[in-house]
Design a protein around this ligand. Sequence first.
Ligand code: BEZ
Ligand code: FE
Length: 289
Amino acid sequence: MSNNTEEQITRNVLDSMAHAPDRRLHSVMTSLISHLHAFIREVEPTQEEWATAIQFLTRTGQLCDEKRQEFILLSDITGVTMLVDAINHRSQDGATESTIFGPFYREGAQELPVGATISKDGRGEPVVVTGKVLSTSGTPIAGATLDIWETDENGLYEQQDPEQPDMNLRGKFLTDSAGGYCFVGIKPVSYSILDDGPVGQLLRVLGRHPFRPAHIHLLISANGFAPVTTHLFVKGDPYLDSDAVFGTKDSLIVDFVRHDSAEEAARYNVTAPFYKVAYDFVLKPLSKR
Ligand code: BEZ
Ligand code: FE
């Protein structure tokens, strides 16, 4: 009897891993092979279609280096990044929801005083962001760090744009003794993810656009608390319901309220018109994880 019937091929592969010493790896690979073979059985690809898939993955890998990670982008646009994030943040207990980290974080942003701006080139419309960092019990957290980054008004992060000063639109702020924080950024704009590679090609053939709704990135941490990687999204942005990387969460959508008073603007050291956002972040104690 042939040992290479369609069903037997799957059995043979599963049996070949029976003695894998790492049992977690064994269970992950058993599931992967079972689902992958089931997918192939369902789709019944032609030899040419399978070769196209292999070429796509090859080009995706070839584009990866220290500066670009096309595989993470593939995980992002297929919703896998956000699914892994959701699975790992099931019990929130009222803590601020997390969302996608993205590839544009840089370590080493300068620590800035309360109310300072993160803009080094003065472009864009200023936004004053204020609020508190609280524990899930409601207690203010003093000395929490908010590490912030966003694109310039042209939709590019500083490392993508030779025209911008180094570390533009990045900064770290500490909360005061009452858990309060205040920083000045710029009103974020919606922008396109990198779409000049195989991932962009895939989006196009699927009839999808490459845009993300406008957002400010924040990584918030404090001793004794689980850090949160999150965003503040702009209410009314046209891409909130079709984020190319599925990162939007209702609880993170905020009103950027426009103010036209030059006198009020001067109080924040900005020029009118400017925007104000008020948002409290909530961290979960590490013991409750
Ligand atoms: C970002 O928001 O910076 C981002 C997230 C995922 C893919 C590309 C960019
Ligand atoms: Fe971003």
